[in-house]
Design a protein around this ligand. Sequence first.
Ligand SMILES: NC(=O)c1ccc[n+]([C@@H]2O[C@H](COP(=O)([O-])OP(=O)(O)OC[C@H]3O[C@@H](n4cnc5c(N)ncnc54)[C@H](O)[C@@H]3O)[C@@H](O)[C@H]2O)c1
Length: 393
Amino acid sequence: MRGFGLGVAIVGTGMIGAVHARAARLAGARLIGVAASEPSRSEQAAARLGAGRGYDSAEQAIADPAVDVVHICTPNATHLEFALAALKAGKGVICEKPLATTAADARLLVQTARESGRVATVPFVYRFHPMVREARARIHAAELGPLQLIHGSYLQDWLLDSNDTNWRVDAAKGGASRAFADIGSHWCDLIEWVSGERLVSVIAALNTTVPERPGGNRQSYASAAQGEAAAPVPVTTEDVAGALFKTQSGVLVNLTVSQVSAGRKNRLWFEIDGAQASVVFDQEEPERLWLARTRSTELLVRDPNTGSAEQRRLATLPPGHAQGYAQCFEAFVADTYAAVRGETRDGLPTFDDGLRSANIIEAVLKSSATQCWTAIEPEHRAEARPRSSDRTA
Ligand SMILES: NC(=O)c1ccc[n+]([C@@H]2O[C@H](COP(=O)([O-])OP(=O)(O)OC[C@H]3O[C@@H](n4cnc5c(N)ncnc54)[C@H](O)[C@@H]3O)[C@@H](O)[C@H]2O)c1
């Protein structure tokens, strides 16, 4: 069940690198070392995160024979280089989303992962909320009836102020899409996985509502103080996005994405409406699921003693003792390590899912540019089957 004995390295020690470090340790791995943007920062991060050592570079971390799995937690444009190097060095890889900044690069990574036979996963971690698993189980048991409509939003406010900035704003570091690729990608992965529907085409519009933001060093999260010191530069990536999709069975899917909606911190919300019932999940209230029929409404509460097998598997705390984002990450990392050991876990997002997401992002960008309905590239999705050489003693 746990990752005992696995040696892991974390490349990129910012916000999410620290979350990975904690999840790795809780899953029983040995945190061999960490690599930040420069050696002195690696040393500081190693002390802060309790890692064995700070590496001089990402390359040194990837080459370390003591490392079985490399976690790539750096800005998006670096993912391709580091993930390719790690796979070629024979490591298992957890690469942050978006897997790459273009679909062609994501495709190359999928191909390389398949050839390597290594486990390669992407943290679409919202799949690991127990009540998301409950929603999925009920849809698969046909409790909602045939699906009629899927809608929702993913809203944040951390880039609302024109002094707010981050490397994500810069297309060279984050990719051509910002808000949609950064958070819309999570929503699309989640609703496809929960509903079983497949998005086949899209009409989308992107809007940059804050035309200039501070330039300069964008390595950290938004900082007004940092922003005030740096001259403003034009913003080319979107703050908000609207997308209407059609699925393979003709269901309409409507999504609103924003990083400039005051008061919304990390509000991933979806509703799936079937012919018999509707279900709602809100990431900021993840312990509950709203399930309604025309004449009755239920509020389902996470409970390890009841509900679907996967809800119970991921419910690690007693009811009423709130689980959230951190536990999703812990479950995702533990399941990745289980896959490295050759075990099978339901709903583990792989590089194939990262490529799927890149194809959706690319179609959204194209649709926004052409103002036309755009087909989403269908990719053959192969099950990631770890080879016996992935197993560790
Ligand atoms: N799955 C999720 O829920 C989730 C949540 C947040 C972020 N992310 C993803 O994680 C990645 C990092 O995001 P973040 O919010 O932690 O950013 P961040 O800015 O907080 O951290 C990025 C870190 O990478 C370091 N870095 C930059 N270049 C490097 C290099 N060449 N070698 C080593 N380190 C380098 C920076 O110094 C910084 O510490 C992004 O791809 C983002 O999309 C995913």
